[in-house]
Design a binder for this molecule. Structure first.
Ligand code: IPE
Ligand code: IPE
Ligand code: MG
Length: 244
């Protein structure tokens, strides 16, 4: 561990909107799928860095419910790269005692992908050092709709629904709210990511295109987060009055 990493916060829940694969490919004049492939490499690098830096939960946005409206060829390319990535990363997660899981509307995905997700979740279920959660076929609004529908089926019905009931029915109720949500590639919006969980997350925007992201960028995010003051609607901590 370098002296620098000792000063970074540990146990942080980090969420990342991995954006910029298309621009990365466009700037190099290569097919868009190459951008998504390099995006997969960046996810590997960033996951390893997160493990090394003591991040407790890393939730990444890989494919949104809205991304299905892209060109079918691009969508098919993303699906097959995703399957390869899951197969490659799951054993690495086992080696690092980490867990891998997914969030999203799985019924929108093909059987083969769903099977691979199930395999990776089972294989890594015992991991306790960090959780890597990949939001895939995920939409924050869809998640809230699904949670409310499920909560309404509980005893007491609609009248018994409160914030806790909705939280219990989110796709991954065992995960905490992200401390910080990062978006790469310079855009400053959340594009339907973790709209419930992100209510009080700190937002960090990075100009780095996702395929170029790595340990240095993650360190920068954690440094930025460490300097933020979180209030959750309360008052700022005031330093004790100095009496002379
Ligand atoms: C993010 O990169 C990956 C997905 C949304 C699947 P983009 O493909 O959105 O990259 P840009 O925004 O076009 O650069
Ligand atoms: C958000 O990026 C989704 C993912 C990173 C998976 P988009 O590229 O789809 O978002 P917009 O369209 O720029 O808002
Ligand atoms: Mg984009």
């Amino acid at each position: 561990m370098t002296p620098d990493s000792q000063q970074l916060p540990t146990g942080t829940r980090v969420a990342i909107i991995m954006d910029g694969n298309g621009r990365w490919a466009q700037r190099r004049g290569v097919p868009i799928t190459e951008g998504h492939r390099e995006g997969g490499e960046a996810l590997h690098r960033t996951t390893v860095a997160a493990l090394d830096l003591g991040v407790s939960e890393l939730t990444v946005y890989g494919f949104s419910t809205e991304n299905f409206c892209r060109d079918p060829e691009e969508v098919a390319g993303i699906m097959s790269l995703f399957m390869e990535l899951v197969e490659r990363e799951a054993p690495i997660m086992v080696e690092r005692d980490a867990r891998m899981c997914f969030m999203g509307r799985r019924e929108l995905l093909g059987d083969e992908i769903r099977e691979r997700m199930r395999w990776a979740e089972e294989l890594t279920a015992g991991g306790s050092s960090m959780t890597l959660c990949i939001a895939f076929g995920y939409g924050g609004r869809a998640e809230v709709v699904d949670a409310v529908r499920a909560a309404a089926l509980e005893p007491g019905g609609v009248d018994a629904i409160d914030e806790e009931a909705i939280r219990r029915h989110l796709y991954r109720p065992e995960l905490g709210d992200p401390d910080v949500i990062v978006r790469t590639a310079g855009e400053q919006r959340t594009s339907n990511f973790l709209i419930w969980q992100g209510a009080y997350s700190e937002l960090v925007f990075s100009d780095t295109l996702w395929p170029d992201f790595g340990e240095g960028d993650l360190r920068e995010v954690l440094r930025e987060y460490a300097g933020r003051e979180r209030r959750f609607g309360g008052r700022a901590e005031t330093p004790p009055a100095v009496t002379s």
